[in-house]
Design a protein around this ligand. Structure first.
Ligand SMILES: [Zn+2]
Length: 157
């Protein structure tokens, strides 16, 4: 990117844009694992629509170097995710996910909360520490993610 744009900062910006996309996993994981709600797949930034929008802005503004760097970093991230994560054809469309109510059960029926938790434990242990801390301080979830845990109901005497 440096060679193409002639701007040394283009390289770190490309890499940064490519890496920071995954920040959007955080709210979904918090919802799914810490709050133990019905799993969702919002992944706000993982969306071809944003890339298309950025490219339109690039065309309209004469493609400034920093925007080109963001488009390349962001685009490569989406492309590699799409190719290697084995999602559905439309899984990286925000509009498609919205049409399914962002519900994981409809978007990725084989998705398992326990498997995700184990991956997170290995790759981002500090996130699991935060989730565990939150679970300890809020012992009465509205809805449990664990399938074999009975749902508590209020009983009138
Ligand atoms: Zn990603």
């Amino acid at each position: 990117m440096w060679a193409i744009t002639g701007e040394p900062l283009a390289l770190p910006l490309t890499v940064g844009a490519g890496v920071l996309v995954d920040v959007d996993h955080s709210p979904d994981l918090w919802w799914n694992l810490a709050l133990r709600r019905e799993p969702v797949a919002v992944y706000l930034l993982h969306s071809w629509e944003w890339l298309a929008g950025l490219m339109v802005v690039g065309v309209l503004t004469g493609s400034p170097w920093w925007l080109s760097a963001v488009v390349v970093g962001f685009g490569l991230h989406l492309l590699t995710d799409h190719l290697f994560n084995h999602g559905g054809r439309w899984s990286y469309s925000l509009i498609y996910r919205a049409s399914k109510g962002f519900r994981m059960a409809k978007l990725a029926p084989g998705w398992e909360v326990d498997q995700t938790y184990e991956v997170l434990r290995k790759e981002v242990p500090v996130a699991v520490m935060l989730i565990e801390w939150w679970r300890r301080r809020s012992p009465s979830p509205v809805r449990s993610a664990a399938p074999n845990r009975r749902h508590q109901t209020d009983v009138d005497d």
